[in-house]
Design a protein around this ligand. Structure first.
Ligand SMILES: [Zn+2]
Length: 333
């Protein structure tokens, strides 16, 4: 895959800024790309890296032809390192050479201090930089402040608030903004034509402007869960809220780790909120009950992000919805 600015969807302002930096020769040495999960931060990081490493850029874009572009497209560039994103935290050993270096992957500081194999600089991408804890961050603050010449550090984060200030302050921030719903819908129709139209519409609505999220929702279990939810909440009874919690907790399988459960529950919470808004629009729910329900779901989402056990979050959310629905019954009867 070759990386060009034109392939980036809906990132006009980020592209304008980064591409313009090349034109004006004022590229920063460290960037923090901020945007929701699935918003395309990694592709943006790689497009920036490809351009930075390209030997004969044209119009401030990677040429796609030179040896650097070719090796980059094959994911085989000797001067490019992307830290794997499969661990919960980044360790000091990933930044500084230790007695037993990780197999095959050089530490970041070793990488940026090497002479570029192809002679045009080095790039390190640290995706989901929220995984940096103080110890690992401190190990590379100096490098982040003043990297060796010809090196570029690119961090990405969905929640920059969780990053140490010392890291954020040393990077130039670039926002990757959410895609507008019509763009998401059009892309879904193109990339997931097999998904039912209703599933695509749901995914576009729940994606928060992230194409990656939209694709995951349109092609995964979410649509089946949405249909279940519609059946469950067809009648607004307190019992429906209880069954909802049962359905969620019953959906937690042994194979799911904490993160998978959180993701699964987050989908249910988002769908619950969408369902409440739809029922409010249809006049099936009072504004008061809707606001209590939405607040319950929103609070549940916050607790989920704060690492409260997903089972407990689901139960509390259901209990709070239950209370809202009971009040609703009192008002309507
Ligand atoms: Zn090139």
């Amino acid at each position: 895959m070759s990386y060009h600015w034109r392939n980036l969807l809906g990132m006009e302002s980020a592209v304008r800024e980064l591409r313009g930096s090349f034109a004006e020769n004022r590229l920063n040495h460290a960037y923090l790309l901020v945007g929701a999960a699935g918003a395309g931060k990694d592709t943006l990081a790689r497009t920036l890296a490809a351009r930075f490493l390209c030997h004969s850029p044209a119009d401030n874009d990677a040429c796609g032809q030179c040896v650097s572009c070719q090796m980059f497209a094959e994911n085989n560039h000797p001067d490019f390192l992307a830290l794997p994103r499969d661990t919960r935290y980044l360790t000091v050993a990933q930044f500084v050479e230790r007695d037993s270096p990780a197999e095959n992957i050089p530490p970041v500081l070793t990488m940026v201090n090497l002479k570029p194999a192809l002679g045009h600089g080095r790039v390190v991408v640290i995706a989901d930089a929220e995984r940096l804890r103080d110890e690992a961050a401190n190990a590379f603050l100096k490098t982040l402040e003043e990297p060796p010449p010809e090196s570029l550090l690119i961090l990405t984060a969905a929640a920059p608030k969780l990053l140490p200030n010392t890291v954020v302050s040393r990077c130039r921030r670039v926002l990757v903004t959410p895609l507008p719903p019509p763009v998401i819908s059009a892309e879904l129709a193109r990339r997931a034509p097999a998904a039912p139209a209703e599933a695509r519409a749901l995914a576009a609505e729940l994606s928060g402007g992230s194409l990656g999220e939209a694709l995951r929702l349109a092609t995964g279990e979410a649509f089946a869960d949405w249909q279940k939810l519609q059946t469950l909440w067809r009648e607004f009874t307190p019992a429906a809220a209880a069954r909802w919690a049962e359905e969620i907790i019953g959906g937690f399988t042994k194979e799911m780790d904490g993160d998978a459960k959180r993701k699964f529950l987050a989908d249910w919470l988002n769908m619950g909120a969408l369902q409440i808004r739809q029922n409010l629009r249809r006049g099936q729910l009072s504004g008061w009950a809707a606001s209590v329900g939405l607040t319950a779901l929103w609070t549940a989402g916050e607790r989920l992000n704060a690492n409260v056990r997903p089972e407990l979050v689901a139960l509390t959310a259901a209990l709070n919805c239950f209370a809202a629905l009971k009040e609703q019954l009192k008002i309507t009867n």
